[in-house]
Structure formats: structure tokens, C-alpha cells
Design a protein around this ligand. Structure first.
Ligand code: 5RP
Length: 224
């Protein structure tokens, strides 16, 4: 059922795609549905992938890839989110792709989030922790600094027990803020300024529209 909801959101976002578009292609299970839809529609698009996993899936589905070094502007980025508030500030990085996702979003004229309605929250980072990408050398100091800012911090580990490494070779610290963030934009600056932080999973002023899919095929549209 969850897949039907993700599929509905993906279909709605795919309806925005125009022939020849250069897309930002996000990461995660909802974006996996989008890639299927684009392939089924034989969409005439190319895209910058936000992870090795998305690149691999694009290869399998025959979706052409672009090198971000050779693209000035992307027409549209479609990506998932871990949480989204009513101002369309998102948290991302549950799949560890936050850095490339933010780079690609910042290259785009427009960003659409595809998700399910449970991702829409009043206050971010209370339920789902905020992912923070950190250079491995700085995991200890950054974790202590995040704790001083009020976060409950867990260094992300894989199923084999070893610390997770992103596609960029960095660690991920998952930082929950009990009660949720008062001011995500201010916290994004505070977190990003910590030495050793590569980026935070807060996407402020980047998302234009969210499509939230239901299992019965309905899609809620959230725009500012
Ligand atoms: C990966 C992400 C994903 O977009 C986010 O975790 C949502 O994934 P899913 O669509 O599987 O719920 O930010 O870094």
C-alpha cells in the first residue's frame, strides 16, 4: 500500500516533466518509483543523479545521466524527504545522499518533493532526526557541539556495525531535537558553521511544491 502512495506522488511529479528537460534526480524509495514512471513513459529527459544508487538505477532503466560539471541549470529536481513542514522546509539524508541532493537542488529552477502525508509535520527533527554529513575526523567534536545545541545525537552505523560512509566518504550524524526545531533556518546556519560539518539535511527555501500521495491514488499538493 505504501508503494501505491509513493507511486501516486511520483506520477503527479512526472506530469510536470517536459520533453528535453534536464532533471535533478533524487534518492530513496519514492524516487525509485519516479524513475520507473519516467522509464515507462519513455520520457525524453536526462538527469544529474544524487547518489550512486540512483545513477545505477538510471543505467538499468536507460535514463541518460548528466555530469553536474557540465550543466549550468537544471529545469526541475524531484526528490523525496524525511520530513517537511508547512513552510516547505524539508529534512533529507535518511538515505545518506544529503550533500549531493542539496547541490542538485541548488542547481535547479524548481524543486518538487514527493512523499506520503505522514512526512508533513508541524516541527522538524522531533520525530525523524536531522541527518548531518560530517568529515570522519570531526565526528567526535561535531557530536559534542550538536549536543550543546540541544540535539540528541547518534552516529549512523550500517547493518554490519561499521560507521556509515556517504558516497563522498563522509560520516552521518543523526541529530534529533526533542520538541522540534524553533527556527530551522537559524539552526541550519548554526549547524553548518560547525568545523567539520559538510552540510546539514535541512533544505531551507529550496522546495517549491510537495506532492503527498495516498494509497488510493489521491495526491495532496502543498505549495507556498
Ligand atoms: C535520501 C533522502 C530521501 O529522499 C529520503 O530519505 C526519503 O526517502 P524515501 O522516499 O525512501 O522515504 O533524503 O538521502
Amino acid at each position: 500500500m505504501a508503494d501505491a502512495a509513493k507511486r501516486a506522488a511520483a506520477e503527479a511529479a512526472a506530469d510536470l516533466v517536459q520533453p528535453g528537460d534536464r532533471l535533478g534526480l533524487g534518492t530513496g524509495s519514492t524516487v525509485a518509483e519516479l524513475l520507473e514512471v519516467l522509464a515507462e513513459r519513455d520520457a525524453d529527459v536526462t538527469g544529474v543523479p544524487t547518489s550512486e544508487a540512483t545513477a545505477q538505477r538510471c543505467h538499468e532503466l536507460g535514463i541518460g545521466l548528466l555530469d553536474p560539471a557540465r550543466v549550468d541549470v537544471l529545469d526541475l529536481t524531484i526528490d523525496g524527504a524525511d520530513e517537511l513542514d508547512h513552510e516547505l522546509t524539508a529534512t533529507k539524508g535518511g538515505g545518506g545522499a544529503l550533500l549531493r541532493e542539496k547541490v542538485v537542488a541548488s542547481m535547479s529552477r524548481r524543486m518538487v518533493v514527493i512523499a506520503t502525508p505522514d512526512k508533513l509535520v508541524d516541527r522538524l527533527a522531533d520525530t525523524f532526526p536531522l541527518p548531518v554529513e560530517v568529515v570522519p575526523f570531526a565526528v567526535g567534536p561535531v557530536s559534542r557541539a550538536l549536543t550543546e545545541l540541544g540535539f540528541d545525537v547518534v552516529v549512523r552505523h550500517g547493518d554490519d556495525g561499521s560507521p556509515v560512509r556517504t558516497d563522498n566518504g563522509n560520516a552521518v550524524v543523526d541529530a534529533r531535537f526533542p520538541g522540534g526545531l524553533d527556527d530551522p533556518a537559524v539552526m541550519d546556519v548554526e549547524v553548518t558553521m560547525l568545523p567539520g560539518v559538510v552540510t546539514s539535511g535541512l533544505f531551507v527555501d529550496l522546495v517549491d511544491t510537495a506532492f503527498l500521495g495516498h494509497p488510493d491514488g489521491r495526491v495532496d499538493v502543498v505549495s507556498l
